[in-house]
Design a protein around this ligand. Structure first.
Ligand code: PLP
Length: 396
């Protein structure tokens, strides 16, 4: 019996484990100090009232024979009409027309960022940015796929642009980006679409943070850019949009126009999902369907505005200190250059010991992350302000 030996090529994911271990050790040694975590990529605000109300109602539906639901509808890969309609409505407001058959409800973006690879040969080459959300790289290592990197750095504002001399079949783009917070403009996305077409490549566009965008020059969906439907799959999530990290729901768009090797990727994905997936619970789907209603968008907008206020508090603090950063405006992440030439882990230790603030070392996201550091806006306003006061006192 042989295992999939590609798994043996995975690097240990020591980043968050080491952050947790170092923080716990510091707290044990200094039980009287209050440590503030600006490292978390998880939300802290509760679900919007419309979502809770819809989920309660769905629970009641499950209690009566007439309204009880078993498996979801086969013909839409288990997506209920209420949810599909609300997703189509959200796209229509961005000027994008989709049909229900192009929307696949999922249990979140992370699963689909990896599962979508089932459609593509392991002989393909995948292009990733560096630094990168680690799940993209690991999912491709597991399949034994060749990975090439596009360097993101201070010179390109952590937004690498395509290089026609680099061969790729699959291209992951995450905008607004985790970890850097940088977001592509429409013009920049046009260049990536042109590259994909020349290469006959497919873009896997992760829009998990789209609801943090307020700048009209930026796109919330890659389909806002002309001619993207025949070269891009879009992977979306309710996690950061609506605080669903613990509820689990997302959706992936595989356009009907997307054909590779003579096959419809939409049909292949429908076949894959109906074989290896059995849908998202009715209760979750009804909660998610409430997110893109008028009242739902207002309520999630209030939560996002709170996180964005935190991001601005951090960004203003860095501006006053003259520290270079990306993100923070259309993103919950702030990606800063470690002051005084410090390395990522050196700055982590310095901040933990002298300001009792925890962030995430950039080097954990790729070689170009060395010397950079990620702070997040997902904490409370009180803690964010307090952390920034401490950082300002330390670095002034
Ligand atoms: N994609 C990116 C870029 C993320 O940062 C995250 C979570 O942090 C995810 C996907 C995972 O989203 P989900 O909770 O929907 O699986």
């Amino acid at each position: 019996m042989k295992i999939n030996e590609h798994f043996l090529n995975l690097k240990d994911s020591y980043l968050f484990a080491t952050v947790g271990k170092k923080t716990a050790e510091y707290k044990k040694a200094h039980p009287d100090r209050e440590v503030i975590r600006l490292s978390i990529g998880d939300v802290t605000r509760p679900l919007a009232p419309v979502v809770i109300e819809a989920m309660h109602k769905a629970v009641d539906d499950m209690s009566r024979t007439e309204t009880f639901k078993g498996y979801g509808p086969d013909q839409t890969c288990y997506g209920y009409d209420q949810l599909l309609d609300s997703i189509l409505g959200s796209y229509a407001r961005k000027g994008v027309t989709l049909s229900k058959s192009e929307v696949f409800v999922s249990d979140g973006a992370k699963s689909d960022c990896g599962n979508i690879l089932d459609l593509f040969s392991a002989e393909n080459t995948v292009l990733l940015p560096d630094p990168v959300y680690p799940a993209y790289a690991d999912a491709n290592v597991m399949a034994g796929r060749k990975i090439v990197y596009a360097d993101a750095n201070e010179q390109n504002g952590f937004l690498p642009m395509p290089d026609d001399s680099v061969r790729a079949d699959l291209v992951y783009i995450c905008s607004p980006n985790n970890p850097t917070g940088a977001a592509y403009t429409r013009e920049q996305l046009k260049a990536w679409i042109a590259y994909a077409k020349k290469q006959d490549a497919v873009i896997l566009y992760d829009a998990a943070y789209e609801y943090f965008i307020s700048d009209p020059a930026l796109c919330r969906s890659i389909y806002e850019v002309e001619d993207a439907k025949d070269c891009a799959i879009e992977i979306c999530s309710y996690s950061k949009t609506a605080g669903f990290t613990g509820v689990r729901c997302g959706y992936t768009i595989v356009p009907e126009a997307l054909v590779r090797g003579g096959a419809s990727l939409n049909r292949l994905w429908a076949r894959r999902q109906s074989t290896k997936f059995n849908g998202v619970s009715y209760i979750t789907q009804m909660g998610a369907a409430a997110v893109f209603t008028e009242e739902g968008e207002k309520q999630i907008g209030e939560n996002i505005a709170c996180y964005k206020k935190n991001a601005k508090i951090i960004a203003d603090c860095l501006d006053r200190l003259g520290i270079w950063y990306a993100g923070g405006k259309n993103s919950p992440y702030i990606w800063l250059k470690c002051p005084n030439g410090m390395g990522s882990w050196e700055f982590f230790d310095y901040l933990l010991e002298n300001a009792n603030v925890v962030g995430t070392p950039g080097c954990g996201f790729g070689k170009n992350g060395e010397g950079y550091f990620r702070l997040t806006a997902f904490g409370t306003e009180e803690n964010t302000r307090k952390a920034c006061e401490r950082i300002a006192a330390l670095l002034k």
